[in-house]
Design a protein around this ligand. Structure first.
Ligand code: A3P
Length: 380
């Protein structure tokens, strides 16, 4: 009776093997990315089983180490001008949008804001290309610099230098919390500066690689704003200790020329972009949609950029501590502490003044775009 025993064992073995294959198969993620590893505090890298598909040894590591030169050529990785831009608006959710998008396998983005079409235009187009990531032919290169939206020359420069089918995304947020967020951000940076001046920790400042030759070009073109980047389009930041005093003058009027306020006159800036580009090449997003349902927002961006459908609802989860949606896959990652800061209370009187101030501009914005926005009060 040795034969049936052997068959039973064989059947059991085969069943176990099948079960394992099944588990392994089911467990495989759809993409080639497996899981994230924390490479330094708060920084994540991703281990993938087919990294040759990408131009970096670890595609989502902030440090982005490119493959060796020879391999880059073999695979067809190259640096090229962006085909898509996130042009603004500052403090409206642009970093979260780029953060989520950077996990799309068909997108390649520089880690930092490049600021080419605003205050680094004098560096020249070759410099701009050099700031781009290595990308495969089938990848879309996307750059984000929120200040492009308000920079007077940016639409003309981008239309002259980039492909005519360039896609642009602009995220808009209720201009009042946007202004508060901007205020908090500037206060935070100024505080850091003060700490540094008092012998505390040094402040990280952007240092441009300025050669003597570039310095000459810079001086000639006079396109530089000051080191704290206070100049913004035609308006300037005027920030004092309280938000109320920053946005309301001693006569009780809204300081419309203060960049804190002016940046929220979205219709004024959007018109400039519409003058240079067909409207269907600019996706205008409501920042609240990104906050409430990032999955749905990412679907609209994928469609707009002509990308494969990659994101699923499982890619996002609501983080109770952060109070925002965070990425769940391929790694768990929330935005840093500089996003989602606590805002100061704003008095009802100042809120009412700001609401009145923005109302006609917001209504014009809805007319111009043919879209409705979550914060707009409509009495028409
Ligand atoms: P607050 O910090 O004022 O809350 P930007 O990246 O353009 O500077 O915008 C910052 C804003 O992005 C944050 O402003 C926050 O409201 C918003 N945001 C949108 N989605 C977010 C997310 N998933 N996590 C954190 N902040 C997010």
């Amino acid at each position: 009776m040795a034969l049936p025993k052997a068959s039973v064992l064989l059947v059991l073995f085969a069943a176990t093997a099948l079960l394992y294959i099944g588990i392994i198969y089911i467990d495989q993620p759809v993409s080639n990315i497996h899981y994230g590893v924390e490479v330094a505090e708060g920084q994540y890298g991703v281990i993938c089983n087919d990294c040759n598909k990408y131009c970096y040894t670890s595609p989502y590591n902030k440090k982005m180490v490119p493959l060796p030169e020879e391999e880059l050529h073999q695979i067809g990785c190259e640096k090229r001008l962006p085909q898509a831009l996130i042009i603004g608006v500052k403090k409206s959710g642009t970093t979260a949008l780029k953060h989520f998008l950077s996990f799309h396998p068909q997108l390649a983005s520089p880690v930092d804001e490049v600021h080419y079409f605003d205050n680094r235009y004098f560096m020249g187009i070759d410099w701009y290309i050099s700031q781009m990531p290595y990308a495969l032919r089938n990848q879309t290169v996307l750059e984000k610099t929120p200040r492009y939206f308000v920079w007077a020359d940016a639409p003309e420069r981008a239309s002259k230098d980039l492909a005519s089918d360039l896609r642009m995304i602009v995220v808009l947020r209720d201009p009042i919390p946007r202004a508060v967020s901007d205020f908090v951000h500037i206060q935070f940076k100024d505080n850091l500066k003060k700490i540094a001046e008092n012998g505390g920790k040094p402040v990280k400042q952007i240092v441009l690689p300025l050669t003597a030759e570039l310095k000459k070009v810079r001086d000639k073109q006079k396109v530089f704003d000051d080191i704290h980047n206070k100049a913004i389009g035609s308006s300037f930041y005027d920030v004092v200790d309280s938000f109320e005093e920053s946005v309301i003058d001693p006569d009780g009027n809204v300081k419309g020329h203060n960049a804190l306020v002016d940046t929220g006159i979205y219709v004024k800036y959007l018109r400039r972009w519409y003058e240079k580009f067909p409207r269907d090449q600019i996706l205008v997003m409501d920042g609240l949609d990104l906050i409430k349902n990032p999955y749905k927002a990412m679907k609209s961006v994928e469609e707009f950029l002509g990308l494969n459908s990659h994101f699923t609802e499982k890619h996002f989860y609501f983080d109770e501590e952060k109070h925002f949606f965070c990425l769940a896959l391929p790694i768990k990652a929330c935005m840093s502490a500089s996003k989602g800061r606590t805002h100061p209370e704003v008095s009802e009187e100042v809120m009412a003044k700001l609401r009145e101030f923005y109302k006609p501009y917001d209504q014009e914005l809805e007319e111009l775009t043919g879209q409705t926005f979550s914060w707009v009060q409509r009495d028409y």
